[in-house]
Design a protein. Structure first.
Ligand code: SRM
Ligand SMILES: Cc1cc2nc3c(=O)[nH]c(=O)nc-3n(C[C@H](O)[C@H](O)[C@H](O)COP(=O)(O)OP(=O)(O)OC[C@H]3O[C@@H](n4cnc5c(N)ncnc54)[C@H](O)[C@@H]3O)c2cc1C
Ligand code: SF4
Ligand code: FES
Lengths: 837, 115
């Protein structure tokens, strides 16, 4: 028999999910998908991240070859234009026709555009596809003011996008008397409105737009109350309109206000035709959220494979972060007294509003609204959905138990039944998650995501998934401590103290005394780093070189292709013309690529292993020293030019930066650390993005700590103000030793602080008030490290045994690695591409 | 069975690096030689990491996992069994391994890979 052929119209989120679900169950249908958009289905829920650096590729839901691998034929840019139900055929925009046995509408919805005179003018946009966003960002370059019509979920998101695009004045126009009328009540709306106003958004409620003014392009909006506001562009976000036009045209039954009518099997009035996602109208309702769409996909896929599943409506609870403000609603959010008891908590100062609706007998949670702080959302949602009996004082659910130490999330999850739906996007229950952890297949979040798919949709459930994982691991007695690897049953901090107490000096001694078996690539560099932090001996001594990461082992970063980089220290970024000439000469002589780094120094790339010692010999002779660009230790201390030249400079930031850099150079830590000194608050050295940063004030220095650039940027926090130079250094000494002793491996200071209980206040107490009583010891320890500093490159080139190791072939020491290839680019060399894809 | 006949005199025992690797030139080929002193074992493998075809395995850290001796490529830390060549992380293809023998303080590598 011929395989039945399924045609899916629409390659959006739900259409894609349907294909994925169907293929995971069976290979036995032929599937053809038609998409109107020019690209594969992407994550529309996170569409706005397109403005924050995500590319269309990042948002894509599948890899390029996925459809092919799954044996699905995908046509993009090719909408279906007509359906012939009698002959079971569809016609597409490019004129071809295809037969179906089963037809699935997954056409989603479009923006609802109200019929306001002038709506066709230039500068009026909708917010639905990547193309819309491209148009908006192009136009926004010329615009100073913008409005969004619609104060619902999408409107607020669009307004945020406009702010992010640099629009100076953005306003929101809402017809109803409150914001997000479907999710929150009047008091919640007031709170949200004042928070949004703080952020510079202008909110107009009760406003009915009557015309869009302008000659060809929009210049103003006119309202029924005769007021006018001037705007350069407008985004319409007044609701959604199901894409039911094709269904209607071929006689499939649609609702009076739009939407393709389906039954609980997602079947339309024509038994061979189904509809899923935002185009489907079930029980008089369009579900404009992703989770119900995915559920519909699941129902249809299951039923097509002879399963039996029904769609019976869906919880419309939502939690979002709008412009950094939590907004959530769940369950029966609008029910009021006398049908329930309402408990409200409000803190105007902090912008927090929480409301819960409790059944009159005080037993059950019916629903609620959270603004400003939605940390309790997951738990409340579960409590309400699973009809968990409430504690005696239900207000504690939103206030947190006073005096008790149990955080809101911790106690709650244990009470949930196994059937509690944790990830509604993917339909994963508490039982699924706990079972995956309990049977040992997943011990971290990435594994869990892979094997259960929990948290891979909107991601809102991730905190709860993590809690469940930790809870299950703990209850199995598994998650006892952060042990390093199978060779050491200790945490990094424990190992630090043990090595110190036993005065162990080499990796082998440590392994013999404290570990077992042969070690591995995890514990070797970690122990090496501890040894370096503790004793500051030459890291390549005593056979310790083979226990170092490759970069440390050869005192240089290994690069694509197998060559190495050479980065001499340039303290504070200050360099003499003579030294610049030396760098130029050395680079020329050994054919190295040169570039100014992001850390105010000069990198020379493409050195052969064999050449490293001779290159360094020449640099050292000219007064340079190792820049430790390869080590987990101090990198650079950037400076701005400061008071010696700058008309605003308050102190000599260059001198102080050099002093700091020379003080801490060579010290090894759990991760690299960086610093900068700025001569005034204009902050040209970007000190607030550093592990510790110093900014001159009228009276001294302000010291900031725990900042980070990199993949997860975080501003440094102010630790102390108006310090004199000596106190500033004293605090940094303590700070660094505290970090070196206690941080987990490969943890930058920012992450270390994020995990620290009590946060910056605790840290300040430890550093400034010496609350742990460790200050004197730490100051002593760091003085020892500083006193034992030696340039390790100098030691390496002067020690024949170490120097000998910088050769590629043991049996042909003069030969360089012949496989290293360079190509030319802009008058210098660069490394050849990877030889594989 | 075929007798291993081609033995390459790679280096002296004292030139090898304890608990680490060196790279041996064999015509156009590069072989990584590991002196796993802790276990008193010698291993030889191809020097090229199959992941991104980098000549780098001899510079990797060695160790073990549940008693299986292994090397980690310095580039992206893919690990390979030193005894069988099998990739222990991810699905890179296996690396070639070679027999090693020591005679009179010289290290010899059998230049026909073990199967
Ligand atoms: C050369 C340089 C880029 C450049 O051409 O400008 C560079 C190059 C590398 N960076 Fe960087 N980073 C360079 C400045 C930065 C900066 C800017 C800065 O320091 O002001 C940052 C962000 C600031 C920060 O660290 O907070 C930066 C954040 C990173 C990160 C992310 C760290 C994080 O905590 O998220 C890594 C990855 C890591 O260390 O694990 C990284 C890692 C690397 C490595 C070591 C990757 C590797 O392992 O091969 C690159 C080595 C190249 C080489 O062969 O030497 N690099 N890197 C810069 C050298 C500065 C210097 O003089 O030493
Ligand atoms: C900015 C934004 C933010 C959102 N945020 C959230 C959120 O936080 N949480 C949440 O749950 N939901 C959110 N949503 C809603 C969510 O994106 C939708 O519920 C979801 O995309 C619906 O999926 P769908 O497949 O039904 O429709 P769509 O993803 O719209 O896909 C339908 C596809 O069908 C195509 N199509 C239409 N007609 C034809 C035709 N004749 N031939 C071929 N192709 C056709 C369309 O071009 C489209 O590509 C958001 C939506 C937007 C726009
Ligand atoms: S940003 Fe990435 S690619 Fe660029 S130097 Fe840093 S680590 Fe390398
Ligand atoms: S090249 Fe060896 S792990 Fe990537």
């Amino acid at each position: 028999m011929k395989e039945p052929q399924i045609i899916v119209i629409g390659n959006g989120m739900v259409g894609y999910k349907f294909c994925e679900k169907l293929r995971s169950k069976t290979k036995s249908f032929k599937i053809i998908v038609f998409g109107e958009e020019p690209r594969r289905a992407y994550d529309r829920v996170h569409l706005s991240e397109y403005f924050n650096g995500k590319t269309a590729d990042d948002l894509s839901l599948s890899t390029e070859n996925w459809y092919q691998e799954q044996d699905i034929t995908l046509f993009l840019n090719n909408p279906v234009t007509q359906i012939d139900r009698e002959h079971r055929k569809v016609y597409t925009a490019n004129g071809a026709d295809y037969s179906y046995d089963i037809l699935v509408f997954a056409t989603g919805s479009g923006a609802f555009v109200p019929n306001i005179p002038g709506i066709e003018k230039d500068g009026v946009f909708v917010y639905r596809t990547i193309e819309d966003l491209d148009l908006i960002s192009g136009y926004a370059k010329k615009a100073k003011t913008a409005s969004v019509i619609g104060g619902g979920l999408l409107g607020l998101e669009a307004a945020k996008a406009l702010i992010d695009l640099g629009i100076e004045k953005t306003s929101i126009i809402e017809f109803a008397p409150r914001l997000m009328p479907r999710q929150i009540d009047a008091a919640g709306s007031d709170m949200l409105k004042s928070k949004l106003a703080d952020l510079g958004l202008h909110i107009h409620l009760n406003k009915n737009t009557t015309s869009i003014e302008g000659d060809g392009r929009i210049t103003a909006l006119k309202f029924s109350d005769d007021t006018v506001i001037d705007v350069d562009m407008l985004v319409i976000s007044a609701g959604i309109k199901p894409r039911d036009e094709l269904a209607k045209a071929c006689g499939v039954e649609v609702g009076a206000r739009g939407g393709i009518i389906v039954n609980e099997k997602m079947q339309t009035s024509d038994p061979a035709i189904y509809a899923i996602g935002e185009c489907a109208l079930y029980d008089g309702m369009i579900y404009g959220l992703i989770a119900p769409g995915y559920e519909m996909a699941e129902v249809l896929a299951t039923n097509l494979c002879q399963g039996d599943k029904a769609f019976t409506g869906f919880d419309m609870s939502t939690k979002l972060k709008l412009i950094g403000i939590d907004v959530a609603s769940f369950g029966d959010n609008f029910i009021t007294e006398p049908d329930c008891r309402t408990i409200i908590f409000e803190n105007k100062h902090k912008g927090v509003y929480k409301r819960i609706n409790v059944s009159n007998d005080g037993q059950y949670l019916l629903g609620g609204i959270l603004i400003g702080d939605a940390t309790a959302y997951n738990l409340l949602l579960q409590t309400s959905n699973n009809r968990i009996v409430l504690p005696e004082n239900p207000e504690e659910l939103i206030l947190g138990a006073r005096g008790g130490s149990e955080p809101a999330g911790g106690a709650g999850i244990t009470g949930l039944p196994d059937s509690a739906l944790i990830c509604s996007c993917e339909g994963v229950t508490k039982g699924d998650i706990c079972a995956a952890v309990a049977d040992g297949s997943c011990e971290n979040i990435d594994d869990l995501k892979k094997c259960t798919k929990a948290g891979t949709g909107c991601g809102g459930c991730l905190p709860m998934v993590k809690d469940l994982m930790t809870y299950t691991l703990k209850s199995q007695g598994k998650y006892i401590k952060n042990v390093i690897c199978e060779h050491f049953n200790y945490s990094r901090q424990e190992l630090f103290d043990l090595i110190h107490i036993h005065e162990l000096k080499s990796y082998d001694e440590v392994l013999d005394a404290l570990g077992k078996n042969d070690g591995c690539e995890v514990c070797k560099p970690l122990v090496s780093s501890l040894l370096a932090s503790l004793w500051n001996e030459m890291i390549l001594k005593k056979g310790n070189d083979v226990a170092q990461d490759s970069n440390d082992r050869f005192l240089a970063n290994i690069q694509k292709g197998g060559s190495y980089s050479v980065v001499p220290r340039v303290p504070g970024g200050e360099i003499t013309p003579d030294k610049l000439i030396v760098i130029g000469e050395v680079a020329k002589k050994y054919n190295l690529y040169t570039k100014i780094t992001g850390g105010q120094r000069i990198d020379m790339f493409g050195a052969h292993l064999n050449d490293l010692p001779i290159i360094w010999e020449e640099l050292i002779a000219a007064g340079f020293e190792s820049g430790h660009a390869y080590g987990k230790g101090l990198r650079t201390v950037k400076s701005c030019v400061g008071s010696t030249w700058c008309r605003f400079g308050l102190h000599d930031s260059v001198s102080f930066a050099i002093r700091i850099e020379e003080r801490y150079r060579g010290i090894r830590a759990p991760h690299k650390f960086k610093s900068a000194v700025s001569g005034c608050i204009r902050e040209c050295a970007e000190a607030q993005s550093k592990d510790f940063g110093i900014i001159a004030t009228e009276k001294g220095w302000n010291l900031y700590v725990c900042g980070n650039g990199g993949s997860k940027p975080q501003h440094a926090l102010l630790l102390a103000t108006d310090l004199d130079s000596e106190t500033c250094i004293q605090y940094i000494d303590r700070f660094l030793m505290f970090y070196i002793r206690t941080a987990d491996p490969l943890t930058r200071t920012a992450t270390w602080l994020n995990k620290m209980e009590g946060g910056i206040d605790y840290l300040r107490n430890v550093i400034i008030n010496d609350s742990l009583g460790m200050a004197a010891q730490w100051e002593n320890e760091i003085e020892n490290l500083i006193a034992s500093y030696k340039c390790e490159w100098k030691e390496a080139v002067e020690n024949p045994a170490i120097r000998k190791r910088f050769s590629h072939f043991v049996n042909a020491p003069e030969d360089k690695d012949p496989t290293i290839e360079f190509v030319e680019m802009r008058g210098q060399k660069r490394t050849a591409e990877w030889k594989t894809l | 069975m075929k007798e291993q006949s081609n033995w390459l005199a790679a280096c002296r025992v004292e030139d090898a690096i304890e608990n680490g690797g060196v790279c041996v030139k064999h015509g156009e080929e590069q072989i990584a030689l590991f002196y796993f002193t802790r276990r008193n074992e010698w291993y030889a493998t191809q020097n090229e990491c199959p992941h991104k075809k980098q000549m780098a395995l001899s510079r990797g850290m060695i160790g073990s996992t549940t008693d299986e001796p292994k090397v980690a490529c310095p580039f992206h830390k893919k690990t390979f069994s030193l005894s069988t060549g099998e990739c222990l992380s991810g699905d890179e293809c296996a690396i070639k391994t070679y027999p090693v023998k020591i005679e009179n303080g010289t290290v010899y590598i059998g230049t026909t890979p073990k199967s």
